[in-house]
Design a protein. Structure first.
Length: 130
């Protein structure tokens, strides 16, 4: 991958578009946003694949991320708290929690940062009526 310097950050051209990265949100995605997004994207994708393999049908999944940063250490990301809000019919909470544990073990982004960033995960279930 090649990144190109621009006036207020860097740019990368990918097959599906350009990604603008900048420390100033007016000019592109901030690096910490991309870090958190890669963790959320990986975790949610792996979790969904596991649920599909187990034939657990969900109607929707929303992932919320709260980020704690340390201004004393270059605004380092210290902790990311992920809340997976799962919507569906007759969902088994134990099965969902076990599936999320498996997803965590198989998400390359979570595994890449697990010794430097605390990742907390929880599930909220919204039971939909038929």
């Amino acid at each position: 991958m090649n990144y190109y310097l621009k006036e207020n950050g860097v740019r990368i051209k990918l097959g599906y578009g350009e990604l603008e990265i900048s420390g100033d949100e007016d000019f592109g995605f901030r690096p910490f946003q991309l870090m958190v997004s890669s963790i959320v994207g990986c975790s949610a994708s792996v979790f969904r694949k596991i649920l599909e393999k187990q034939r657990t049908k969900i109607e929707d999944m929303i992932v919320s991320a709260e980020v704690e940063r340390n201004p004393e250490e270059a605004n380092r990301i210290e902790r990311i708290a992920l809340t997976f809000t799962i919507k569906g019919h007759q969902l088994d909470p134990d099965k969902l929690h076990k599936s999320l544990e498996v997803a965590r073990k198989n998400c390359s982004m979570v595994r890449s940062v697990e010794n430097s960033i605390q990742i907390d995960e929880k599930i909220e279930i919204i039971e939909l009526s038929r």
